[in-house]
Design a protein around this ligand. Structure first.
Ligand SMILES: Cc1ncc(C[n+]2csc(CCOP(=O)(O)OP(=O)(O)O)c2C)c(N)n1
Ligand SMILES: [Mg+2]
Length: 555
């Protein structure tokens, strides 16, 4: 049966996306996607029109993470696609399911200004690329892209030549069944009893256990089971950075494990004799490059356990299972025991030790970034969505242990700065009824500061907190430690409050912290978007940089 009289290929493509339950799409238009985008919008999809394609994809990444669903973005052909090349590898490495509707140059032209071979660009990042050159098959190819993105948890880019999009639709009227009707419904994987028995023996022989949870534990709902296991072993709890907050209210949680470990965590991890890593990919940074727990054996509980990760031998003991089922089975297999590591004194030390107690001389009129974070941690409402960004300042912003995991998002893969504002937009789009607060560095924010306009135009409730050290802090501290000139890393304190006002947002500069609670209460009452610029000293060096790049005098 044929119908859709008068409809074009882009109409059917838009319907195919709508049928895939796409209700938000991050977009930047050009010749090769505007017809499709207009039709998708007409179906009822919310379009978030950003000002740089990188930001469309990065926002879709955060949206996908937050909603545990496929994120969707669209860009035009050629320069629209080349702008994605920094975000795509990050999305691949963060295992984020995304579908990108990209135009392709028209097939009919012998020459086209924006033509470039898009497939190798995209596949070099690890994302999938499909050329959609057969109109009748396009709806199935769209459905399959969603299946692939979900199954492989990576971005899938669809390149559709825009002359083909403009053709009259000549295919069947009915769309194929959408991906969510076809996905296998798989129950969580239980562990094998032999693996449980040997893992339980390993645990029974350990004195100082740390249960370390990653995003896999979050996704599997393994948080409560990890708490039970830690209690049963008399052990401590920790999380990776992205899983921060999974144990925020547990007095035996020593905070983040990895580059962002607070002082007390460093001390206690160094004494651990067994780390049980639950739902962690055991990335290089999570174990501080192998330095954090030198005495500990490692037991990994994961659906896909590994021996070597990111160039390091990480775990010799493995339990293949869904994180929750695996941890529950371990707790059930362990005999009751006394002792372990826990005590009231230990809980008090965890509670009372500052993340970093190093003393720095700070210039008058500038703030200590650690005090800024302490004040924010106290004053920010518990129900705000938090987004961490990149740079040296991210060490300080990571130190907010009282915040629950479901209100926290950070994506650090591929290590690019400049993503924070897009991630915050993605979270704001995923949680429009909430306030989102972004913690960013001045250099990172400046890289995509144009998105302040998007935030205003879309009426997002979003507070941008800038830790402004007038510099690329990561670079300045490394250059200083090498005894090199600071050129190219120190820029001075630019006026973010003025920049924000120029984009139609509220802006404020902070050189003191005493009014913070009052101003937060006012912002909460008024909503909207603002940039708050905290002028901090570049004399305060994070513990991670101090360890990796000691000052020449201390080398
Ligand atoms: C796209 C990209 N360009 C350059 C870098 C190198 N880099 C890492 S951190 C950083 C400085 C970030 O400055 P800012 O956002 O102000 O944070 P700070 O380090 O000052 O706290 C730079 C340039 C990078 N990681 N990504
Ligand atoms: Mg900076």
């Amino acid at each position: 049966m044929k119908n859709d009289a008068g409809s074009r290929v882009y109409d059917v493509l838009a319907r195919a996306f709508w049928q895939e339950s796409v209700r938000t799409c991050f977009a930047l238009l050009g010749d090769a996607n505007m017809n499709w985008a207009a039709r998708l919008s007409a179906q009822g999809c919310r379009m978030v029109y950003v000002r740089h394609e990188h930001c469309a994809l990065a926002a879709a990444m955060a949206y996908a993470r937050k909603n545990r669903d496929v994120g969707v973005a669209t860009v035009t052909c050629g320069p629209g696609v080349t702008q994605l090349i920094t975000a795509l590898p990050a999305a691949v490495r963060a295992h984020l399911p995304l579908v990108v509707f990209a135009g392709e140059a028209p097939l009919k032209s012998g020459w086209y200004n924006q033509e470039i071979d898009q497939a190798p660009l995209v596949t070099a990042t690890g994302a999938a690329y499909h050329r959609l050159h057969m109109p009748e098959r396009m709806p199935v190819a769209v459905r399959d892209a969603f299946l692939q993105a979900r199954r492989e948890r990576r971005p899938v880019v669809l390149g559709v030549p825009f002359d083909l999009q403009n053709r009259p639709w000549d295919g069947p009227a009915d769309l194929p069944r959408p991906s969510h009707e076809l996905l296998p419904r798989l129950a969580p994987m239980p562990p094998h009893p032999d693996d449980v028995a040997s893992a339980a023996r390993l645990i029974a022989g350990a004195e100082r256990v740390v249960v370390l949870a990653g995003l896999g534990a979050v996704e599997a709902g393994a948080g409560p089971a990890c708490r039970v296991l830690a209690e049963k072993t008399g052990g401590l709890l920790s999380t990776t950075l992205p899983a921060r907050g999974l144990f925020h209210d547990d007095r035996f949680c020593i905070g983040i494990s990895g580059s962002f470990t607070p002082e007390v965590g460093l001390e206690l991890l160094a004494q651990a004799d067994l780390v049980i890593a639950v739902g962690c990919s055991l990335a290089y940074h999570a174990g501080g490059g192998g330095q954090l727990w030198p005495k500990a054996k490692m037991l990994q509980v994961d659906i896909d356990p590994v021996a070597v990760s990111q160039g390091q031998e990480v775990a010799r003991h493995h339990l293949r299972a869904d994180a929750r089922l695996g941890v529950e089975a371990l707790s059930a297999a362990l005999p009751p025991r006394k002792g372990g590591w826990r005590s009231d004194a230990m809980a008090a030390r965890i509670r009372d030790t500052k993340p970093d107690s190093h003393v720095f001389e700070i210039e008058p009129g500038l703030l200590d970034p650690r005090e800024v974070v302490e004040a924010l941690e106290k004053a920010l409402p518990r129900d705000w969505e938090m987004v961490n960004s990149s740079g040296h300042c991210s060490w300080f912003f990571a130190q907010m242990p009282s915040r629950p995991q479901e209100k926290f998002l950070t994506i650090r893969e591929f290590g690019a700065i400049g993503n924070g504002i897009s991630f915050a937009m993605g979270v704001a789009a995923a949680r429009p009824d909430r306030t989102t607060v972004l913690f960013d560095g001045d250099g990172s924010l400046m890289m995509h500061v144009q998105e302040l306009e998007t935030i205003r135009r879309h009426g997002m409730n979003l507070l941008v907190i800038v830790m402004n050290d007038g510099a690329y802090g990561s670079e300045v501290h490394k250059l200083r430690s090498e005894g090199l000139p600071e050129d190219g890393s120190v820029f001075g304190y630019c006026d973010f409050a003025g920049i924000a006002r120029g984009f139609g947002l509220a802006g404020r500069t902070f050189k003191k912290l005493d009014e913070l609670p009052k101003l937060i209460a006012e912002f909460r009452a008024g909503g909207g978007a603002a940039v708050w610029d905290f002028h901090v000293s570049d004399k305060v060096v994070s513990p991670t940089i101090r360890r990796a790049h000691p000052h020449p005098a201390k080398k």
